[in-house]
Ligand binder design. Structure first.
Ligand code: SF4
Length: 254
């Protein structure tokens, strides 16, 4: 399928989302895929709000791109921060870099710095979009372009699900889309600075994310919140659990 056809299909998904689920927001991690989606949204569906989660541990290059997006597109990029009390509580329990100690400790950090702010960002929305692609990770093989997100209680769209990495970069080059300069330094997948390393040629694209963990556990919880909420080791402050979360957590093995 040509790139033009892929673009048409993706724009059709954006239109479907806004037609059926307004208000719709896009959670941008500012990775390559998310910059393609940002470009398409600005051009075709500017009524979709774009937000990003600043975990407080992002690489400098990501902050530079955040600023560049604001300048280049002249659209507001809403930024959500973690709850300060939860961060303090996490650090008191686990240490400032406690995420290296165990999967549970790492997921607890992702919960505080990503999942809880995401839930605030999605509150009151009809649908949210992500830039996830199917072949990015073993954990993403069963995703659908559109599905109900029971954890967050709204529809979730993955408009780039069937794009290849080559198509993503063809789009970026062809349409001169700004991107994170770390991608030029062998960082195909970007996240927080202490949890992301560069990869060597031939390595899996997500090999640099939480490289000390088994690939099957490599999600931050933004897309598998039930497993993250389980065993966070942090008692959320002023955080209301939904029935959907309670139900989902029961399915997570101890
Ligand atoms: Fe914490 Fe690392 Fe998750 Fe960022 S990626 S929220 S630093 S564990």
């Amino acid at each position: 399928m040509s790139l033009e056809r892929k673009i048409e299909q993706t724009v059709a998904v954006l239109k479907e989302a806004t037609r059926d689920y307004t208000p719709v927001v896009f959670a941008s991690s500012l990775g390559a895929e998310d910059m393609v989606l940002t470009d398409l949204i600005v051009l075709h569906r500017p009524d979709i709000g774009i937000f990003s989660l600043d975990t407080g541990r992002l690489p400098q290059e990501t902050y530079e791109l955040m600023q560049e997006v604001r300048r280049y597109y002249d659209v507001p990029l809403q930024v959500y921060f973690p709850d300060g009390k939860l961060v303090e509580q996490y650090i008191a329990q686990h240490g400032v870099n406690g995420f290296y100690d165990s999967v549970e400790s790492r997921k607890a950090c992702c919960f505080v710095r990503k999942v809880e702010p995401l839930r605030r960002a999605l509150k009151g929305k009809g649908a949210w979009l992500t830039g996830m692609r199917r072949d990015q990770a073993v954990t993403r093989g069963t995703l659908e372009v559109s599905a109900y997100d029971a954890d967050n209680g709204l529809q979730k769209f993955n408009p780039l699900l069937d794009w290849s990495i080559n198509e993503v970069w063809s789009y970026i080059r062809q349409y001169d889309v700004p991107y994170n300069k770390l991608h030029d330094q062998f960082y195909p997948s970007l996240g927080c600075a202490p949890c992301t390393r560069s990869v060597t040629p031939g390595e899996d694209v997500r090999a640099g994310r939480w490289w000390w963990e088994d690939p099957a556990s490599k999600e931050c919880g933004l897309h598998a919140s039930a497993s993250v909420a389980h065993g966070t080791g942090v008692q959320p402050v002023n955080f209301q659990r939904s029935k959907a979360e309670d139900k989902a957590e029961q399915k997570v093995p101890a």
